[in-house]
Design a protein around this ligand. Sequence first.
Ligand code: AMP
Length: 285
Amino acid sequence: VRIVESVGEMRAACAAERRAGRRIGFVPTMGYLHEGHLSLFRRAREAADTLAVSIFVNPIQFGPGEDYERYPVDAARDEGLCRGEKVDLLFRPSAREMYAAGHSVYVDEGDLASGLCGAHRPGHFRGVLTVVAKLFHVVEPDVAVFGQKDAQQVRLIEKMVRDLDFAVRIEVAPTVREPDGLAMSSRNAYLSDVERRRAVCLWQALELAKRLYAGGTHDAAVLVARMREHLAQGSPPVRVEYVEAVDWETLKPVTRIERKTLLALAVRLGATRLIDNALLCVADG
Ligand code: AMP
C-alpha cells in the first residue's frame, strides 16, 4: 500500500494509474476501519483494477457539539487492514491539506438532505457532499462504493453525481452486521458494555417491521408505531431521534408501503448516536 498525504501526489498517482489503462475503484472512509469498510474495499477491488481508499475525518460534516474531537482514530491498525486488503493507494490527508485557509465553496442539496439525519444534523450533508466532490476530483475514480448503512448519504451522492455530471459509477454495498444484528460502525467503540447489549434494539425494531410487513401490514404509521414501542422497552433507555418510512427516490414520508421504501431510524444511547435502516418492497428483500 502506498500512503499519500498530499492532494498533488494523490492526483498524480491516480492519473498514472489511469494512463496505464487501469480502472480505479475508490472507497472514501473516516477510518477506524471495520468489516463494513473492508466489504466495500472488496467490492471496489472486484469492480476495478486499482483500489484507492481515503481515510479522512472530515471536520466540516460535524456540527458544533458533535464528536469530531473524539472520533476514534487508529492509524497503525487501519494501515495494517489496508495492507491486508491489498489497497493500492491510501490517501490520508490532513484537514489543512483538504481545506486551505479561506475555503468557502460548498456543495449543498436542499431536498433529499432536508429530512431524516439532515433534519437533525444541520450542515452535515453539505460537509459530506463537499468532501466527496473534492475526493472525486482528486481521484477521478471509475467506480466508488458506499454503504447502505448510510442510506440518505447514498441517495445524496447518487443525486450529486447525476446533477453535477461526475463521471463515476456509484455502487452500494449491503450493511455488514455484528453476529447479534448491530450494524457495524466506528462509533460502536463509544458504547459501554450495557449500551452495547442494548444497541441491538435498532436492528430488532427493523426486523419486527419487516416481519409485520411480510405478514401484510403495509400501513407505514403502524410499522413506525410498533418500532417505537419496541425501542421504548428495555434499559438503558434509548432516545429516539426519528423513525420513518420514506420513499427511496424522494426520501419523503409514505403512508402506505407500495414502492421501494426506506425504513430508517436514529437514536441516542447515552452519548452515542446510532443509525440503521432496512428496505421494504424490493425484489431482493
Ligand atoms: P465512515 O467511515 O463511517 O464514513 O464510512 C465509510 C463508508 O463505509 C460509507 O460508505 C459507509 O456507508 C460505509 N459503512 C459504514 N458502516 C458500514 C457497515 N456496517 N456495512 C457496510 N458499509 C458500511
